[in-house]
Design a protein around this ligand. Structure first.
Ligand code: ZN
Length: 499
């Protein structure tokens, strides 16, 4: 293992897999919490016995593995694994990964699992991969992930299965990293097979079973920090209480609205991430986050609370069945339509008309300017092109950014006005509402401009701020061309007409 410490993975050095199940240096490392009682092993984990030295074949089998994913990072992602032993080798495999979890990373680690399943346990094996993720996971992070009970670690079942197959082997297994797409025959072969696998119309089978004696459950007590234990307990409980129904429904409503608007299918994770985007104000972030969670106390929530049944009715218009959708898009007496009109009036119609505002578009507004999901074979996090700077779609992306701001700020204001009315009985005039809306949106403009005028701001940001707000400004024709970067220029949005 000393050799591993010195190995330089980028230079293509081999890493030898360490097959020990746990590294126990003290008794304390043996105690684990939050374990699953149904999985206590009846026997200890044992490696397959090596054959007599004379019968071990001297040569090493080399196998190339690769993963591929179509529509990586989206709801419609489908991934494949490619395993290449040599030209026309019968063991060469193209597999489409089954199950809900689909990503390029899963394709990579699954390819290693299949390679291990296809190789005799007594054969020395060298696995060549272009995935640092899979290689580092199995050779560097595995022991720590197991000690931490896999809290916050993605793709656990795949790594566990690979670790089990590796530990069971009687012969040496080593890993070698190769840079992808550099004309290496083996890597190209695996790449083609992975792509073929991902494109299959039906998923294949993939065994992820790990016998209980090889399964390391719970988290190692000795290494536990309070924060880790807290997250572990939360995840342990989450496994039992399924995601709330309201949240699932809201995510789907948001997903369909984003798709209808921009043609993109976003995963749950992408939608959650989009509500914490820096492009939303803090108030809007909180509002949309809670709205998707369905945690506002509106309408039917009160029906079940004796004495409060009247709150199920809309306090503004008196209609039965108050809901967030009613408050934000339907109510005739709570100023929602005036506020949406203000947003529509400011909308410059540069490239697309003002959309029909629906509850889905409000819940999903964070995802409107989400960058296009990375395509096949990209890890997805290397590209830091700001949204809106991607060739053809750039105009639409900038429109979507303004749309995201207008929708999120307007919905947040409608909610604030409604709460103020319900709780404090305030009913502000149209003039006050107009002023509040104007100030709120203008504050967003000023934040954007201040960010763009900071020292070290990238030219792309200046352009993005310019193009986003272009067409919404007061006396725009008399502003200098470079109004964003000119510190002396004060800008404001067009004054709104009080209805
Ligand atoms: Zn109402």
């Amino acid at each position: 293992m000393e050799k591993n410490r010195k190995a330089n993975i980028s230079r293509g050095d081999e890493l030898i897999f360490n097959p020990s199940v746990t590294i126990r240096e003290s008794l304390g490392e043996g105690f684990r919490i939050l374990t699953d009682k149904t999985r206590v092993p009846s026997k200890t984990a044992r490696r397959t016995k090596p054959r007599q030295p004379a019968t071990i074949p001297p040569q090493t089998t080399t196998v190339y593995t690769d993963g591929s994913c179509l529509h990586n990072g989206t709801q419609s992602a489908q991934c494949g694994a490619g395993v290449w032993f040599g030209p026309h080798d019968q063991r060469n495999t193209a597999l489409r990964i089954p199950g809900d979890a689909q990503s390029n990373q899963i394709g990579e680690i699954s390819a290693i699992i299949i390679a291990l399943q296809l190789t005799g346990q007594h054969e020395q094996l060298r696995i060549v991969t272009d995935s640092r993720y899979a290689l580092d996971g199995l050779n560097i992070h595995l022991a720590r992930w197991e000690a931490d009970g896999w809290v916050d670690t993605k793709n656990k079942p795949f790594f566990e299965r690979a670790a089990y197959l590796l530990r069971k082997r009687a012969a040496r297994t080593s890993f070698q990293w190769v840079k992808g797409h550099t004309g290496n025959d083996g890597n190209e072969g695996a790449d083609r097979l992975a792509d073929e696998g991902a494109r299959k119309t039906t998923p294949d089978e993939l065994d992820l079973d790990v016998p209980s004696e090889f399964h390391i459950d719970g988290i190692q007590l000795m290494n536990t920090t309070q924060a880790l234990a807290y997250r572990a307990v939360k995840q342990h409980l989450n496994k039992k209480t399924k995601k709330r129904r309201a949240t699932r429904v809201n995510l789907d409503i948001a997903r369909h609205a984003i798709h209808e608007h921009s043609g993109k299918w976003l995963s749950d994770e992408a939608i959650w991430n989009s509500c914490s985007s820096a492009e939303l104000s803090n108030k809007s972030k909180q509002f949309i986050f809670r709205a998707i969670h369905g945690s506002f106390k509106v309408g039917e929530y009160w029906m079940n609370i004796p004495g409060f049944e009247q709150r199920a009715r809309c306090a503004a218009c008196g209609t039965d069945g108050e809901s967030l959708e009613h408050i934000l898009t339907e109510c005739t007496d709570n100023h929602q339509s005036e506020i949406w009109n203000l947003a529509r009036d400011l909308w410059p119609e540069r490239h697309q008309p003002w959309p029909r505002i629906s509850i889905g578009l409000i819940l999903g507004c964070g995802g409107l300017s989400a960058r296009s999901p990375p395509d096949d074979n990209t890890e997805g996090d290397e590209d830091d092109t700001p949204p809106g700077d991607r060739g053809n779609g750039a105009n639409k992306m900038r429109d979507d950014l303004l749309l995201k701001i207008l929708i999120s700020e307007s919905a947040t204001l409608i909610w604030a006005v409604r709460c103020d009315a319900t709780i404090n009985g305030n009913n502000p005039s149209a003039e006050i509402i107009t002023k509040r809306w104007h100030n709120q949106v203008e504050k967003r403009l000023h934040t954007d401009v201040a960010n763009a005028r900071r020292k070290n701001a990238k030219p792309a940001l200046l352009k993005r701020v310019h193009d986003t707000w272009n067409g919404t400004l007061e006396n725009e024709s008399s502003l200098p061309k470079d109004w964003v970067s000119t510190r002396e220029v004060l800008v404001g949005i067009k004054p709104a007409q009080v209805p």
